[in-house]
Ligand binder design. Structure first.
Ligand code: NAD
Length: 369
């Protein structure tokens, strides 16, 4: 079997602490013959301190060569005043851009043991499992013109431009339909075709891709504002949601809060399949940042990072059973009442980052038999 090449980028703050728990999983899977080969490099503030920029060319080369990049978190007050071009976040943006990671996957899974931590009633979120697929490299965040101009008389004009071309909508739609085929076979596409031309084209192209290539998947359309409402009214009606960059940013944060803490949320960003090998470039990262307020205290929740590793098993290496095993191990630890500080409630047992990682590993070993 060819080696599975991983690039680990721990970054700043709690990044190295949560990445350490993923490294234990790599060792565990390698003992079972998974064949992961890991390289590690600096990113964010750590890279800035060492190289004067948020990611070195050598690290970028490794990222291009890797089958998957596992990224923890970057940033912190130490780098608040560095030049904009070399700020810690620039490392992540460069990775997304240079690797062509146009599809952002954010699952919102509610573990039964944590259903009471949601802002919604238990019955609305218990067992929730939805996947938001957000277009990540186009739309209003990147469209030109983008400016603020002075109109005189104390007036200014700000312009952002929302642009989508057919190919951008086609490729993100395909990602959503392909993923739906591995899940509940239902896609809901969200835009605002009632007021936006990009919404009209989005709707038309998604329909076209569906008719031509994915008739076996059920497709529904929803205006994005109504979609937001439905997400908090009856979230379990959804399987896969596909939407543009702006609406995806908002809707995935809404969905995230259905499931409790930031420390629980994984994500994946995927590129186009390689024409020769069919492999996609991919980066896996927790949704949270570097949490400078708790860095170095050993209390960070490593579950978002570990669940990101599970997404990597599923989406980069088709190790679906192993991915499910990791997710079941996380659920089992929560069922036992073990909690990191961010998800602790009265009557449960508070444990630190390392203990949480070890507990998940122990459950994994037990479940694997
Ligand atoms: P944050 O996600 O780092 O933290 C927000 C709150 O959630 C904090 O109270 C933190 O303690 C808590 N939290 C986050 N992750 C946790 C975990 N795993 N376990 C327990 N608690 C956790 O967001 P912020 O405070 O707005 O930003 C801090 C720094 O991180 C900033 O420099 C910001 O730019 C950066 N940031 C980086 C990324 C990234 O690397 N992708 C994302 C968001 C923010």
């Amino acid at each position: 079997m060819a080696a599975r090449k991983l690039l680990l980028l721990p970054g700043d703050g709690i990044g190295p602490e949560v990445m350490a728990e993923v490294k234990k999983l790599v060792v565990w899977f390698n003992a079972r013959g998974a064949g992961f080969e890991c390289e590690e490099d600096l990113v964010g503030g750590a890279a800035h301190d060492h190289h004067g920029k948020a990611i070195s060319e050598a690290a970028m080369k490794k990222a291009h060569e890797a089958d998957a990049v596992i990224f923890a978190a970057v940033g912190g007050p130490k780098w608040d005043n560095v030049h904009y071009d070399v700020r810690p976040e620039a490392g992540l943006l460069r990775l997304r851009k240079d690797l062509g990671l146009f599809a952002n996957l954010r699952p919102a899974i509610c573990y039964p043991a944590l259903a009471d931590a949601s802002s919604l009633k238990r019955e609305l979120v218990d067992g929730l499992d939805i996947l938001i697929v957000r277009e990540l490299t186009g739309g209003v965040y990147f469209g030109e013109p983008k400016s603020i101009s002075d109109l005189g008389d104390g007036q200014k004009r700000a312009i952002d431009t929302q642009i989508y071309d057919t190919f951008e909508i086609e490729r993100i739609a395909r990602v959503a339909f392909d993923l739906a085929r591995t899940r509940g076979k239902r896609v809901t596409s969200m835009e605002k075709r009632n007021v936006m031309k990009t919404g009209v084209l989005w709707h038309e192209v998604v329909n076209h891709v569906h008719r031509r290539e994915y008739a076996d998947v059920a497709l529904a359309h929803m205006l994005a504002d109504a979609g937001g409402m439905q997400l908090v009214r009856e979230p379990k009606q959804f399987d896969v949601i596909v939407t543009d960059n702006l609406f995806g940013d908002l809707l995935s944060d809404v969905a995230a809060m259905l499931t409790g803490s930031l420390g629980m949320l994984p994500s994946a960003s995927l590129g186009a399949p390689d024409a020769r090998t069919g492999k996609r470039k991919a980066l896996y990262e927790p949704v949270h940042g570097s949490a400078p307020d708790i860095a170095g205290k050993g209390v960070a929740n490593p579950i978002a990072m570990i669940a990101s590793f599970a997404m990597m098993l599923r989406y980069s290496f088709a190790m679906v059973e192993d991915a499910t095993l990791v997710e079941q191990a996380i659920a089992a630890v929560l069922d036992k009442g073990l909690r990191s500080a961010d998800i602790w409630t009265t009557g449960t047992q508070k444990i630190g980052t390392i203990e949480m990682g070890n507990a998940i590993l122990a459950e994994l070993a037990r479940l694997a038999g």
